[in-house]
Design a protein around this ligand. Structure first.
Ligand code: GDP
Length: 314
Protein backbone atom coordinates (compact mmCIF):
# COMPACT_ATOMS: atom_id res chain seq x y z
CA UNK A 1 0.00 0.00 0.00
CA UNK A 2 1.42 3.36 -0.99
CA UNK A 3 1.28 6.01 1.74
CA UNK A 4 -1.06 8.01 -0.48
CA UNK A 5 -3.43 5.07 -1.17
CA UNK A 6 -7.09 5.67 -0.43
CA UNK A 7 -7.90 3.34 2.45
CA UNK A 8 -11.44 2.88 3.78
CA UNK A 9 -11.72 1.70 7.39
CA UNK A 10 -15.31 0.54 7.88
CA UNK A 11 -16.17 0.69 11.58
CA UNK A 12 -13.49 3.23 12.49
CA UNK A 13 -15.03 4.06 15.86
CA UNK A 14 -15.12 0.49 17.12
CA UNK A 15 -12.51 -1.50 19.01
CA UNK A 16 -10.74 -2.88 15.94
CA UNK A 17 -11.43 -0.02 13.51
CA UNK A 18 -10.08 2.63 15.86
CA UNK A 19 -6.90 0.59 16.38
CA UNK A 20 -6.52 0.33 12.60
CA UNK A 21 -6.83 4.10 12.21
CA UNK A 22 -4.17 4.62 14.92
CA UNK A 23 -1.83 2.13 13.25
CA UNK A 24 -2.34 3.55 9.74
CA UNK A 25 -1.79 7.15 10.91
CA UNK A 26 1.30 6.13 12.89
CA UNK A 27 2.78 4.63 9.74
CA UNK A 28 2.16 7.70 7.65
CA UNK A 29 -0.90 6.70 5.61
CA UNK A 30 -2.45 10.01 4.69
CA UNK A 31 -5.55 9.25 2.70
CA UNK A 32 -7.87 7.50 5.16
CA UNK A 33 -11.56 7.31 4.43
CA UNK A 34 -14.04 6.91 7.29
CA UNK A 35 -17.74 7.56 7.83
CA UNK A 36 -19.56 7.62 11.15
CA UNK A 37 -22.65 5.46 11.45
CA UNK A 38 -24.99 8.48 11.27
CA UNK A 39 -23.50 9.49 7.92
CA UNK A 40 -23.48 6.03 6.38
CA UNK A 41 -25.58 3.11 7.59
CA UNK A 42 -23.80 0.08 6.16
CA UNK A 43 -26.94 -2.07 6.33
CA UNK A 44 -28.42 0.01 3.44
CA UNK A 45 -27.30 -1.36 0.13
CA UNK A 46 -28.05 1.74 -1.98
CA UNK A 47 -26.23 4.09 0.38
CA UNK A 48 -23.21 1.82 0.55
CA UNK A 49 -23.08 1.41 -3.20
CA UNK A 50 -23.34 5.15 -3.82
CA UNK A 51 -20.55 5.74 -1.30
CA UNK A 52 -18.23 3.27 -3.07
CA UNK A 53 -19.16 4.64 -6.47
CA UNK A 54 -18.27 8.17 -5.36
CA UNK A 55 -15.19 7.45 -3.25
CA UNK A 56 -13.69 4.39 -4.97
CA UNK A 57 -11.41 3.31 -2.10
CA UNK A 58 -8.39 1.26 -3.17
CA UNK A 59 -8.08 -0.74 0.06
CA UNK A 60 -10.83 -1.68 2.48
CA UNK A 61 -10.58 -2.92 6.07
CA UNK A 62 -14.01 -4.31 6.95
CA UNK A 63 -14.08 -3.90 10.73
CA UNK A 64 -17.69 -2.70 10.96
CA UNK A 65 -19.85 -5.25 12.74
CA UNK A 66 -22.51 -5.71 15.35
CA UNK A 67 -20.50 -7.25 18.19
CA UNK A 68 -20.90 -8.18 21.82
CA UNK A 69 -20.15 -10.70 24.52
CA UNK A 70 -21.92 -13.89 25.46
CA UNK A 71 -24.98 -12.14 26.91
CA UNK A 72 -25.52 -9.83 23.92
CA UNK A 73 -25.09 -12.74 21.49
CA UNK A 74 -27.60 -14.80 23.41
CA UNK A 75 -30.13 -11.96 23.76
CA UNK A 76 -30.04 -10.42 20.27
CA UNK A 77 -29.29 -13.29 17.85
CA UNK A 78 -31.63 -11.92 15.18
CA UNK A 79 -29.96 -8.49 15.22
CA UNK A 80 -26.52 -10.10 15.17
CA UNK A 81 -27.17 -12.29 12.15
CA UNK A 82 -29.14 -9.66 10.24
CA UNK A 83 -26.88 -6.66 10.75
CA UNK A 84 -23.63 -8.52 10.22
CA UNK A 85 -24.81 -10.20 7.05
CA UNK A 86 -26.16 -6.94 5.66
CA UNK A 87 -23.01 -4.97 6.46
CA UNK A 88 -20.61 -7.48 5.00
CA UNK A 89 -22.75 -8.31 1.94
CA UNK A 90 -23.10 -4.62 1.07
CA UNK A 91 -19.46 -3.68 1.64
CA UNK A 92 -17.98 -6.73 -0.11
CA UNK A 93 -20.32 -6.43 -3.08
CA UNK A 94 -19.72 -2.71 -3.57
CA UNK A 95 -15.96 -3.05 -3.07
CA UNK A 96 -15.97 -5.63 -5.84
CA UNK A 97 -18.27 -3.60 -8.12
CA UNK A 98 -16.25 -0.42 -7.79
CA UNK A 99 -12.80 -1.89 -8.24
CA UNK A 100 -11.21 -2.00 -4.76
CA UNK A 101 -7.72 -3.49 -5.15
CA UNK A 102 -7.90 -5.43 -1.90
CA UNK A 103 -10.19 -5.98 1.07
CA UNK A 104 -9.54 -7.50 4.47
CA UNK A 105 -12.52 -9.00 6.30
CA UNK A 106 -12.44 -9.63 10.05
CA UNK A 107 -14.09 -12.94 10.80
CA UNK A 108 -14.12 -14.44 14.31
CA UNK A 109 -12.73 -17.43 16.22
CA UNK A 110 -16.29 -18.34 17.23
CA UNK A 111 -16.85 -19.77 13.74
CA UNK A 112 -14.90 -22.88 14.75
CA UNK A 113 -16.83 -25.93 15.98
CA UNK A 114 -17.63 -25.97 19.69
CA UNK A 115 -15.82 -29.27 20.10
CA UNK A 116 -12.90 -28.48 17.84
CA UNK A 117 -9.50 -29.98 18.55
CA UNK A 118 -7.20 -27.38 20.11
CA UNK A 119 -5.30 -25.36 19.06
CA UNK A 120 -7.61 -24.76 16.11
CA UNK A 121 -6.10 -24.89 12.64
CA UNK A 122 -7.78 -23.18 9.70
CA UNK A 123 -8.68 -26.54 8.18
CA UNK A 124 -10.88 -27.47 11.17
CA UNK A 125 -13.54 -24.98 10.05
CA UNK A 126 -16.93 -26.53 9.21
CA UNK A 127 -16.09 -29.88 10.82
CA UNK A 128 -18.80 -29.63 13.51
CA UNK A 129 -21.58 -27.49 15.00
CA UNK A 130 -20.80 -24.08 16.53
CA UNK A 131 -21.34 -23.13 20.17
CA UNK A 132 -25.09 -22.24 20.40
CA UNK A 133 -24.59 -18.98 22.35
CA UNK A 134 -22.75 -17.43 19.41
CA UNK A 135 -24.20 -19.34 16.48
CA UNK A 136 -26.03 -16.39 14.87
CA UNK A 137 -22.94 -14.18 14.95
CA UNK A 138 -20.71 -17.09 13.96
CA UNK A 139 -22.92 -18.04 11.02
CA UNK A 140 -22.73 -14.46 9.71
CA UNK A 141 -18.95 -14.37 10.18
CA UNK A 142 -18.63 -17.71 8.38
CA UNK A 143 -20.80 -16.41 5.54
CA UNK A 144 -18.54 -13.34 5.23
CA UNK A 145 -15.51 -15.56 4.87
CA UNK A 146 -17.19 -17.71 2.20
CA UNK A 147 -18.34 -14.56 0.44
CA UNK A 148 -14.73 -13.34 0.23
CA UNK A 149 -13.70 -16.69 -1.25
CA UNK A 150 -16.61 -16.67 -3.71
CA UNK A 151 -15.84 -13.16 -5.00
CA UNK A 152 -12.22 -14.19 -5.40
CA UNK A 153 -13.21 -17.32 -7.33
CA UNK A 154 -15.82 -15.80 -9.62
CA UNK A 155 -14.57 -12.21 -10.03
CA UNK A 156 -10.89 -12.46 -9.11
CA UNK A 157 -11.37 -10.05 -6.19
CA UNK A 158 -8.41 -9.91 -3.80
CA UNK A 159 -10.48 -10.35 -0.63
CA UNK A 160 -8.83 -11.96 2.39
CA UNK A 161 -10.25 -13.12 5.74
CA UNK A 162 -8.59 -12.92 9.13
CA UNK A 163 -9.74 -14.97 12.12
CA UNK A 164 -8.67 -13.15 15.28
CA UNK A 165 -8.61 -14.56 18.81
CA UNK A 166 -10.62 -12.81 21.59
CA UNK A 167 -9.74 -9.17 21.01
CA UNK A 168 -9.71 -6.60 23.83
CA UNK A 169 -8.30 -3.15 24.43
CA UNK A 170 -9.09 0.54 24.55
CA UNK A 171 -12.40 1.66 22.97
CA UNK A 172 -14.00 -1.70 23.88
CA UNK A 173 -17.60 -1.97 25.23
CA UNK A 174 -17.27 -1.78 28.98
CA UNK A 175 -20.70 -2.96 30.04
CA UNK A 176 -22.74 -6.12 30.52
CA UNK A 177 -23.18 -6.55 26.77
CA UNK A 178 -19.42 -6.45 26.23
CA UNK A 179 -16.85 -9.22 26.20
CA UNK A 180 -15.49 -10.65 29.39
CA UNK A 181 -12.28 -8.68 29.84
CA UNK A 182 -13.86 -5.26 29.38
CA UNK A 183 -16.94 -6.29 31.38
CA UNK A 184 -14.74 -7.40 34.28
CA UNK A 185 -12.73 -4.18 34.25
CA UNK A 186 -16.00 -2.23 34.55
CA UNK A 187 -17.36 -4.52 37.28
CA UNK A 188 -14.21 -4.48 39.42
CA UNK A 189 -13.77 -0.73 39.08
CA UNK A 190 -17.35 -0.11 40.06
CA UNK A 191 -17.06 -2.48 43.03
CA UNK A 192 -13.87 -0.74 44.16
CA UNK A 193 -15.34 2.75 43.87
CA UNK A 194 -18.60 1.76 45.59
CA UNK A 195 -16.70 -0.28 48.21
CA UNK A 196 -18.62 -3.47 47.45
CA UNK A 197 -17.58 -6.72 49.11
CA UNK A 198 -18.10 -9.02 46.12
CA UNK A 199 -17.87 -9.15 42.36
CA UNK A 200 -19.88 -11.75 40.46
CA UNK A 201 -18.17 -13.46 37.55
CA UNK A 202 -20.40 -15.45 35.16
CA UNK A 203 -20.18 -19.18 34.64
CA UNK A 204 -17.79 -21.62 36.27
CA UNK A 205 -14.59 -19.67 35.57
CA UNK A 206 -13.23 -22.75 33.80
CA UNK A 207 -13.50 -21.74 30.12
CA UNK A 208 -10.28 -20.60 28.56
CA UNK A 209 -9.81 -17.84 26.05
CA UNK A 210 -6.93 -16.46 24.03
CA UNK A 211 -6.86 -12.74 24.86
CA UNK A 212 -5.37 -10.66 22.07
CA UNK A 213 -4.57 -6.95 22.40
CA UNK A 214 -6.24 -4.88 19.70
CA UNK A 215 -3.13 -2.94 18.63
CA UNK A 216 -1.45 -6.27 17.89
CA UNK A 217 -4.42 -7.25 15.73
CA UNK A 218 -4.18 -3.94 13.84
CA UNK A 219 -0.47 -4.59 13.31
CA UNK A 220 -1.23 -8.10 12.00
CA UNK A 221 -3.97 -6.76 9.71
CA UNK A 222 -1.59 -4.25 8.11
CA UNK A 223 1.00 -7.00 7.75
CA UNK A 224 -1.54 -9.25 6.01
CA UNK A 225 -2.81 -6.46 3.78
CA UNK A 226 0.79 -6.15 2.54
CA UNK A 227 1.79 -9.80 2.51
CA UNK A 228 -1.15 -12.20 2.22
CA UNK A 229 -3.18 -12.79 -0.95
CA UNK A 230 -4.83 -16.17 -0.53
CA UNK A 231 -8.38 -17.48 -0.37
CA UNK A 232 -7.82 -19.47 2.83
CA UNK A 233 -8.63 -17.56 6.02
CA UNK A 234 -5.73 -16.99 8.38
CA UNK A 235 -5.72 -17.22 12.20
CA UNK A 236 -4.17 -14.48 14.30
CA UNK A 237 -3.58 -14.73 18.04
CA UNK A 238 -1.02 -14.99 20.80
CA UNK A 239 -0.96 -18.78 21.18
CA UNK A 240 -1.64 -18.42 24.91
CA UNK A 241 -4.75 -19.36 26.84
CA UNK A 242 -6.03 -17.96 30.12
CA UNK A 243 -8.95 -19.30 32.14
CA UNK A 244 -11.72 -16.90 33.12
CA UNK A 245 -10.81 -17.60 36.76
CA UNK A 246 -7.20 -16.52 36.24
CA UNK A 247 -8.34 -13.53 34.18
CA UNK A 248 -10.70 -12.44 36.98
CA UNK A 249 -7.80 -12.59 39.49
CA UNK A 250 -5.60 -10.54 37.17
CA UNK A 251 -8.28 -7.89 36.60
CA UNK A 252 -8.99 -7.74 40.34
CA UNK A 253 -5.32 -7.07 40.98
CA UNK A 254 -4.91 -4.59 38.13
CA UNK A 255 -7.91 -2.60 39.37
CA UNK A 256 -6.98 -2.86 43.05
CA UNK A 257 -10.26 -4.40 44.25
CA UNK A 258 -9.93 -6.06 47.64
CA UNK A 259 -13.19 -7.99 48.04
CA UNK A 260 -14.01 -11.50 46.93
CA UNK A 261 -14.95 -13.09 43.61
CA UNK A 262 -18.07 -15.26 43.37
CA UNK A 263 -19.14 -17.36 40.40
CA UNK A 264 -22.70 -17.38 39.06
CA UNK A 265 -23.00 -20.82 37.49
CA UNK A 266 -26.51 -20.05 36.24
CA UNK A 267 -24.81 -17.98 33.56
CA UNK A 268 -23.50 -19.81 30.49
CA UNK A 269 -19.85 -20.72 30.00
CA UNK A 270 -20.04 -20.72 26.20
CA UNK A 271 -17.14 -22.39 24.41
CA UNK A 272 -15.00 -24.45 26.80
CA UNK A 273 -11.81 -23.53 24.94
CA UNK A 274 -10.98 -21.38 21.94
CA UNK A 275 -7.27 -21.37 21.14
CA UNK A 276 -6.11 -20.59 17.63
CA UNK A 277 -3.19 -22.22 15.92
CA UNK A 278 -1.49 -19.14 14.46
CA UNK A 279 1.49 -20.96 13.01
CA UNK A 280 0.78 -19.80 9.46
CA UNK A 281 1.13 -16.09 10.22
CA UNK A 282 4.08 -16.88 12.53
CA UNK A 283 5.82 -18.67 9.69
CA UNK A 284 5.44 -15.49 7.64
CA UNK A 285 7.44 -13.64 10.31
CA UNK A 286 4.69 -11.87 12.29
CA UNK A 287 4.58 -11.93 16.12
CA UNK A 288 2.35 -10.26 18.72
CA UNK A 289 4.09 -7.71 20.94
CA UNK A 290 1.78 -7.16 23.92
CA UNK A 291 1.58 -9.46 26.96
CA UNK A 292 -1.76 -9.92 28.71
CA UNK A 293 -0.39 -8.03 31.73
CA UNK A 294 0.65 -5.05 29.61
CA UNK A 295 -2.58 -5.07 27.60
CA UNK A 296 -4.62 -5.19 30.80
CA UNK A 297 -2.67 -2.29 32.25
CA UNK A 298 -3.22 -0.17 29.11
CA UNK A 299 -6.92 -1.03 28.96
CA UNK A 300 -7.53 -0.44 32.69
CA UNK A 301 -5.77 2.91 32.52
CA UNK A 302 -7.75 4.01 29.48
CA UNK A 303 -11.01 2.93 31.12
CA UNK A 304 -10.19 4.80 34.34
CA UNK A 305 -9.18 7.97 32.47
CA UNK A 306 -12.04 8.11 29.97
CA UNK A 307 -15.14 6.18 31.01
CA UNK A 308 -14.92 5.72 34.78
CA UNK A 309 -14.49 9.41 35.50
CA UNK A 310 -17.78 10.18 33.76
CA UNK A 311 -19.90 7.20 34.79
CA UNK A 312 -19.23 5.71 38.22
CA UNK A 313 -19.76 7.88 41.30
CA UNK A 314 -18.84 6.55 44.76
P1 GDP B 1 -17.19 -15.49 24.30
O1 GDP B 1 -15.70 -15.48 24.38
O2 GDP B 1 -17.73 -15.35 22.93
O3 GDP B 1 -17.77 -16.68 25.02
O4 GDP B 1 -17.75 -14.19 25.01
P2 GDP B 1 -17.42 -13.42 26.37
O5 GDP B 1 -16.13 -12.70 26.28
O6 GDP B 1 -18.64 -12.59 26.65
O7 GDP B 1 -17.37 -14.54 27.51
C1 GDP B 1 -16.24 -15.34 27.74
C2 GDP B 1 -16.39 -16.13 29.02
O8 GDP B 1 -16.32 -15.23 30.14
C3 GDP B 1 -17.72 -16.89 29.18
O9 GDP B 1 -17.44 -18.15 29.77
C4 GDP B 1 -18.50 -16.00 30.17
O10 GDP B 1 -19.46 -16.72 30.90
C5 GDP B 1 -17.36 -15.54 31.07
N1 GDP B 1 -17.68 -14.32 31.86
C6 GDP B 1 -17.53 -14.23 33.22
N2 GDP B 1 -17.94 -13.06 33.66
C7 GDP B 1 -18.37 -12.36 32.59
C8 GDP B 1 -18.91 -11.04 32.42
O11 GDP B 1 -19.10 -10.27 33.34
N3 GDP B 1 -19.21 -10.67 31.14
C9 GDP B 1 -18.99 -11.48 30.07
N4 GDP B 1 -19.29 -11.04 28.85
N5 GDP B 1 -18.51 -12.74 30.20
C10 GDP B 1 -18.19 -13.17 31.44
Amino acid sequence: MKKSAKIYVAGHRGLIGSALVRALKDRGYKNLLTRPHQALDLTHQNKVDRFFEREKPEYVFLAAARVGGIRANDTYPAEFIYQNQMIQANVLHSASNHGARKLLFFSSSCIYPKKSRQPMKEEYLMTGPMEPTNEAYGAAKMAGLVMCQSYRRQYGANFISVIPANVYGIHDHFDENGHVLAALIAKFHEARVKKKKQVTVWGTGKPRREFFYVDDLADAALFLMENYDRAEPINVGTGQETSIRVLAEKVKEAVGFEGEIVYDTNRPDGNPRRLLDSSRIRAMGWRPGTSLERGLELTCRWYAETILKKSVKP
